[in-house]
Ligand binder design. Sequence first.
Ligand code: HEC
Length: 152
Amino acid sequence: MKPILIGLVFVLLFVNCDKHKPKNNIIKTDVTNTKEHPGKKLMEVHCYSCHHPTADEDNRLAPPMIAIKMRYVNDSTTKKEFIADMQNWIKNPVESNVKMYGAVKRFGIMGNLPYPERVIEQIADYMFDNDIEQPEWFQDHFNQNKGNMRQN
Ligand code: HEC
């Protein structure tokens, strides 16, 4: 009985390590920047139900994606860091990982949504490299809240 158990533990360890492997391949598997980046569609399908760019300010379920990009990306953020931050958030959407305190206060914390790493990688890759559609009210709102949003 025991050898089987030990064998099982090894198998589990192995499987677990394997799960983390794709992280190292993030750069290598970068998709080229074509007009129809696969991440665009993925973002629309998986994230826009809550993070829609044009839902009006009073009827939203979550901040628009542009707000997330502006909060997560500054002049020194690399694409690799951004992708890692997004993966980290999706895997652990908990208070200690929150960067958008105002959004949590207003909308409640984002639920735990089990998106595959590959999907998030594509979405983040797209977000980093492209201008994201923004609501009309966003620029004003952003200017008003710049101070709060940029606080680390
Ligand atoms: C069911 C609604 C819903 C869906 C679907 C959703 N989100 Fe969110 N998300 C929220 C809410 C609400 C917030 C604001 C509260 C918060 O920050 O936790 C949020 C916040 C975030 C934040 C900021 C977290 C922080 O506070 O630092 C990121 C990053 C994010 N979402 C990424 C995504 C991505 C990427 C997708 C699609 C793959 C997605 N979300 C899909 C509801 C959703």
